[in-house]
Design a protein around this ligand. Structure first.
Ligand SMILES: Cc1cc2nc3c(=O)[nH]c(=O)nc-3n(C[C@H](O)[C@H](O)[C@H](O)COP(=O)(O)OP(=O)(O)OC[C@H]3O[C@@H](n4cnc5c(N)ncnc54)[C@H](O)[C@@H]3O)c2cc1C
Ligand SMILES: C[S@@+](CC[C@H](N)C(=O)[O-])C[C@H]1O[C@@H](n2cnc3c(N)ncnc32)[C@H](O)[C@@H]1O
Length: 586
């Protein structure tokens, strides 16, 4: 029986186990009947205390048997002391419960923050590793249908049951939402009532006489209206980020039209997490992004070794869990780093019906009342084409597009080489300035930063020399047989952080910034146009997560990022920072 050191409490009762959980949480909340008769397109559960994920597995199983095609279960769970992946595996081996292998596959390394984990096509687990109070303080949860309070006994762990926590849960829930827990402690009942819940004692499981059922009265508050799923969606830019948006949309059953005029494709891409000395929001994004890419794409997880001085190494390691990185002598070895094949990043292209990919240049994207108008110049046609969409995602770093023009984006050319050698080398990707990926068909060395190159894309001899020299330094005994150079552009921002979020109304933003009396956060963002660009050299680490974030937020689903991370990505941040009023909208 697993027991927590901190609270001195057990994870579930000696006698009841799974049956007790089924009784209190699944049947207590009436989930089988509610799932069978569900009219809305999604259902949202919130659990305080994920533990070994047993409640989650029971809920997912009940959902799988009853959900209609197109309906999605969003399961938001918080856990401040995550069990180690090895412990989870060990415990689940001893329990008969469906789909436990899948949970051990997706269960993330202990990186603090919100992890979005697609458990199966119609079940998304949003696992927040941190204290419930900090997620609730963000105020980003909405439309909860059902709550499981399973955070150890109130007497041992009072802060999980306090009036503020229960009030925030009520505010984040829909009218009619239900809540169940095994505890019938007097102060829990009083706190729930004060938060607006109507409570009922019901028969408990086995030797426990009672459990608690609570619900919000039908007319408590409206909740946030769910978006009607967009019928027609366009993605501008069929590069690495555009393909991740298409993937995120297809998880929701939406096949977008992709407009693209042809960009960089490399045979391999390094997946290289980056952590600053103090684990700032950018470092947390990088770690969470790496986890997301590992979970949702075909990563060749050979590790990534970043060369680093001993002093720096010790300081970075002090903030990381040993499952995430370790000291490997002359650098840090990131366990979840490695590389991806280009073909695996762009596979959606081959899966998409031909008519969904439009080759040519998008000239402009304009929102007009309830539609977005895209003006397009097809590649082999003299005339322009005009199309209308419900939602448009711009994953193309083209400042000629009016809606992107105020974002300070800088293109930087670069070059990689693919080297055929007389031997292969097992080992991680080595990142030491340039990165060396040891693929089965040769080494890829990436990349130069050619700030002096502005338009031409032909490989340059001096760049090839630099990259080959870099390779020879780390592999002096390997004979180079042939070299192929590839050039491309990446796009950077002044703060080296991508842009991901809804398009601001730039005119309104200008007026807001000019008005010194404004103290409320700027609110004027589009519901229909999302922006995603500026990945610099970190497309694989960040684009899959940020595409998921953008699509989820445009569709008003549970948040994929916490407020601090959303704020550093806002497309409006450059102007808002200048006037010292950078905040996310309420
Ligand atoms: C040499 C080199 C090596 C690199 N190595 C790595 C690596 O190992 N790992 C890694 O993570 N990252 C690497 N990168 C960075 C990576 O390529 C970028 O982070 C990534 O491509 C960004 O994706 P994106 O979709 O934003 O941009 P892109 O991949 O550039 O895609 C943008 C797309 O939009 C299209 N487009 C632009 N304007 C329009 C328009 N008006 N209408 C229609 N289409 C338009 C472009 O043609 C392009 O296809 C490397 C970059 C370079 C240059
Ligand atoms: C009884 S166990 C949960 C068992 C779990 N529901 C399951 O099905 O396996 C309680 C869990 O709540 C977590 N917890 C307690 N207080 C918390 C808080 N304030 N924020 C986040 N997690 C908390 C504990 O770390 C512990 O893992």
């Amino acid at each position: 029986m697993p027991q927590a050191r901190r609270e001195g409490d057990i994870y579930w009762s000696f006698t009841g186990g799974l049956d007790e959980k089924r009784h209190v949480y699944i049947e207590g909340n009436g989930l089988p009947e509610r799932f069978s008769s569900l009219k809305q397109s999604s259902f949202q559960v919130f659990e305080l205390g994920f533990g070994f994920g047993l409640n989650f597995l029971l809920t997912a199983s009940a959902w799988s048997h009853r959900a209609q095609p197109g309906q999605i279960l969003h399961y938001v769970a918080v856990e401040r002391a995550p069990v180690a992946p090895a412990d989870l595996r060990r415990l689940l081996q001893q329990i008969t419960i469906s789909n436990k292998e899948r949970l051990t596959q997706i269960y993330p390394a202990p990186v603090a923050g919100l992890h979005t984990l697609w458990f199966q096509p119609n079940v998304c687990l949003h696992l927040y590793l941190g204290d419930a109070r900090s997620l609730l303080a963000d105020g980003l949860l909405h439309n909860i249908d059902c709550i499981f309070l399973d955070g150890f006994a109130p007497i041992r762990n009072p802060d999980a049951w306090d009036p503020w926590v229960l009030k925030q849960l009520a505010l984040a829930s829909r009218s009619g939402a239900t809540l169940c827990t095994y505890s019938v402690a007097g102060h829990v009942r009083r706190n729930l009532q004060a938060a607006g819940f109507q409570i009922q004692r019901r028969p408990g499981y086995g030797q426990k006489r009672e459990m608690l059922h609570a619900s919000l009265p039908p007319d408590t508050h409206e909740g946030t209206p769910l978006t009607v799923a967009p019928v027609s969606v366009a993605v501008i830019g069929g590069g690495l980020a555009g393909h991740q948006v298409a993937r995120a949309l297809s998880r929701r059953g939406i096949q977008p039209t992709i407009f693209d005029d042809g960009g960089i494709r490399l045979p391999m891409y390094a997946l290289s997490p980056q952590v600053a000395l103090n684990v700032n929001p950018e470092s947390r994004l990088s770690l969470l992004g790496t986890q997301f890419t590992n979970n949702h794409l075909d990563v060749q997880r050979i590790g990534l070794q970043r060369k680093m001085s001993s002093g720096r190494r010790q300081r970075v390691l002090a903030s990381l869990h040993p499952d995430v990185a370790s000291d490997c002598g002359n650098g840090l070895l990131y366990t979840h780093g490695g590389f991806l094949y280009g073909k695996d990043l762009f596979t959606d292209e081959t899966n998409t019906p031909d008519n969904r990919i439009q080759r040519g240049q998008v000239l402009d994207v304009v929102e007009q009342s309830d539609r977005v108008v895209v003006t397009f110049q097809p590649i082999h046609s003299p005339s322009t084409q005009i199309d209308n969409f419900d939602h448009v995602y711009i994953a193309a770093p083209d400042r000629a597009l009016t809606v992107l023009s105020p974002v300070p984006l800088t293109p930087v050319w670069g070059q990689s080489v693919v080297i055929q050698a007389d031997s292969t080398i097992d080992g991680p990707v080595i990142a030491d300035g340039a990165s060396i990926i040891p693929g089965p068909d040769g080494f890829q060395v990436s990349a130069t930063y050619d700030r002096d190159r502005h338009s031409q894309s032909d490989p340059r001899y001096q760049d090839t020399e630099v990259l080959v020299h870099h390779f020879r330094r780390s592999h002096p005994d390997t004979r180079v047989q042939s070299i192929r150079a590839i050039t491309g552009q990446r796009t950077t921002t002044p703060d080296r952080v991508p842009v991901a979020g809804p398009a601001p109304d730039w005119q309104a933003l200008g007026a807001y910034c000019a008005d010194n009396t404004q103290t409320r956060p700027f609110q004027n963002y589009s519901d229909r146009i999302g922006l995603l660009t500026g990945f610099g050299s970190h497309g694989t680490t960040l684009a899959p997560l940020l595409a998921e974030f953008l699509v989820a937020s445009m569709m008003k689903e549970p948040t994929v990022l916490t407020r601090d991370l959303m704020t550093v990505l806002l497309p409006s941040r450059f102007l808002l920072r200048q006037v010292g009023r950078l905040q996310t909208p309420l």
